[in-house]
Design a protein around this ligand. Structure first.
Ligand SMILES: Cc1cc2nc3c(=O)[nH]c(=O)nc-3n(C[C@H](O)[C@H](O)[C@H](O)COP(=O)(O)OP(=O)(O)OC[C@H]3O[C@@H](n4cnc5c(N)ncnc54)[C@H](O)[C@@H]3O)c2cc1C
Ligand code: SF4
Length: 525
């Protein structure tokens, strides 16, 4: 069968927050936009809220096998759907701190300065928060950067046990705040969902897809509204981009090669935007070899795939002496240790709540032997007493931490780094447990982010095509256009020169809006 060929003003590859937000902003120009997404719509069903299906059976995780640097196989925590990983994300939507844009010294090295400061992103953070329905309150978080506007949506109210935790943390001299959350929730004065609220405030926030489309993910917020309002926007699902072909001079992407429903297709566009997620975008460029780009597209600097960062993350469960009847637990965070503590001069990281453990999850975890201190209690009972925290510390960019191909195999070649910050952050939390009414032990929950943590914990991925002014040490320029090509942009977290210790997606969204404005101007010229 002859390949189809079609020309567009803009092709966007990937429908996660990076691609979908950009397309949403560009669609109003009337320019023809084609979005290519390798996955399909995530099927809606009761299983979306079933913790065994989601966490134990990993029903929505991509069935892919990658390899670590020693050749051991693992399954990355990736989700190929319309909306990308945001279909399962926890929607904690934070701004990087202003100091994250400057150079920060860690024990294991330097978190480098960004080539643009916080000022360049601030207006887009404000727009991103409004677009993704971020609920929060300014002035509570001691490390939050300045902002030009209040949150449009009020904070998600704490349930009584979390309010109690907040007060306990304050008694310990800390500054807990309402976690900024992207959620379509209208609350009654007591925090419960109003009768018109899309979100019903159930116990399946965080890691679960929302069966009723009430989480502010990229499909709900950007893809579907854009499809409905703009006939110039076209979405093709099950459309896997195999490689990008450049013209003879190697200066522009001339064709996008796709396999869709087992057929080979080709498309072209004046502008091509890659937003496959930081790891998959690097892989796509590395697959796109040509005489003009023998090391992979836009890879004259040999930087594509390098400087991969994720957070040093752990999900920890403590057991309260009293039952914890909280339904929607993910409403609190504290950043008091973000830049250091009285006994450590380097940054430690951020502590936030995550969804409450379910009995099935606890059953699925490999629990440590020291739990013999606990009386014999069923998993459901443990879940009833559980209180759950998500800890993340900064990972530093290092050229040798990279994603690459070895023949057809994908190799995620990483060495752990900056681990002391994570250990110390955990010790800080452990020290707080007794005053907070919990047993003084923290239990690792590994299932939430995929079974192969730490290497498979690819939830927060960044840095594989960083932006900068020097083409020898960066892949993208300050507009996130490839230095070496005139019509190729990348708008996922690949461009991050450092990752900070807050969740990355609001920065991806803000940057996608920023790049979209630049492309808009270019299209109008
Ligand atoms: C369990 C979990 C919890 C998380 N919680 C949070 C949180 O609370 N806060 C936060 O800020 N972040 C969170 N994240 C991270 C967040 O989901 C990502 O930062 C965000 O989705 C990245 O957006 P993206 O557009 O760059 O990439 P993605 O969301 O990964 O989207 C990329 C899209 O590209 C498609 N694609 C890939 N390759 C190709 C190809 N060759 N051809 C066509 N299409 C392709 C993929 O199918 C996917 O749909 C979480 C992630 C996970 C997994
Ligand atoms: S808490 Fe709200 S957004 Fe989350 S799964 Fe339940 S209904 Fe959906």
């Amino acid at each position: 069968m002859a390949p189809t060929r079609d020309h567009y003003d803009v092709i966007v590859i990937g429908s996660g927050p990076g691609g979908a937000t950009l397309a949403h902003r560009l669609a109003g120009t009337g320019k023809s936009i084609l979005m290519l997404e390798r996955g399909d719509y995530l099927p809606r069903s009761r299983s979306n809220w079933d913790s065994k299906a989601v966490f134990v059976d990993a029903a929505y995780q991509a069935k892919e096998t990658w390899y670590d640097r020693d050749g051991s196989a693992f399954h990355p925590g990736l989700h190929y759907f319309v909306g990308g990983n945001s279909k399962v994300y926890g929607a904690a939507l934070f701004r990087l701190r202003e100091r994250d844009f400057g150079e920060l010294r860690h024990k294991d090295g330097i978190s480098p300065a960004w080539p643009l400061g916080y000022d360049a992103f601030e207006p887009y953070y404000t727009q991103a928060e409004a677009l993704y329905h971020v609920h929060g309150r300014r002035g509570e978080d001691p490390t939050e950067p300045w902002s030009s506007a209040p949150y449009v949506y009020p904070p998600v109210k704490h349930e009584p046990r979390i309010q109690n935790l907040s007060e306990g943390l304050q008694r310990e001299g800390l500054h807990p705040f309402h976690l900024p959350l992207g959620i379509k929730l209208d609350q009654n004065p007591d925090g419960s969902a109003t009768i018109y609220s899309p979100c019903i405030r159930c116990d399946a926030f965080d890691g679960f897809p929302c069966a009723i489309n009430a989480k502010a993910d990229a499909q709900v917020i950007c893809v579907d509204p854009t499809r409905a309002a703009h006939p110039n926007f076209r979405l093709l699902t099950n459309a896997y981009v195999t490689h990008l072909e450049s013209d003879a001079a190697g200066r522009s992407v001339s064709r996008v090669h796709v396999i869709r429903d087992n057929q080979i297709e080709q498309y072209s566009a004046d502008i091509v935007v890659v937003a496959c997620g930081a790891l998959s975008s690097a892989l796509l460029l590395l697959r796109s070899l040509s005489d003009a780009h023998p090391k992979g597209l836009a890879n004259g600097s040999d930087q594509v795939g390098r400087n991969y960062m994720r957070h040093n993350m752990s999900i920890l469960m403590a057991l309260l002496k009293e039952p914890n009847d909280t339904v929607f637990q993910k409403t609190l965070a504290f950043s008091d240790y973000y830049f250091g503590s009285d006994d450590w001069e380097y940054p430690l990281g951020l502590i936030q709540m995550c969804a409450k453990s379910h009995g099935e999850q606890v059953r699925g975890e490999t629990l440590p032997g020291y739990l013999s201190w606990l009386p014999e209690i069923p998993f459901e009972k443990m879940a009833e007493h559980s209180i759950d925290f998500w800890l993340q510390s900064e990972d530093l960019p290092r050229a040798e931490n990279r994603i690459r191909y070895d023949g057809d195999r994908v190799v995620l070649d990483i060495r752990e780094g900056n681990e002391e910050a994570a250990k110390r952050l955990r010790a800080k939390l452990r020290g707080l447990l007794t005053p907070l009414g919990a047993w003084p032990h923290l239990i690792e929950r590994r299932l939430y982010l995929g079974k192969d943590i730490p290497i498979g914990g690819t939830a927060h991925q960044a840095g594989t095509c960083r932006f900068g002014t020097d083409p020898a040490s960066s892949v993208l320029d300050l507009d996130c256009k490839a230095h070496e090509l005139d019509n190729l942009y990348v708008t996922d977290a690949s461009f991050f020169p450092s990752i900070g210790a807050v969740n990355p997606t609001l920065t991806i969204i803000a940057n996608a809006l920023r790049v979209a404005d630049h492309i808009k101007e270019r299209l109008a010229a």
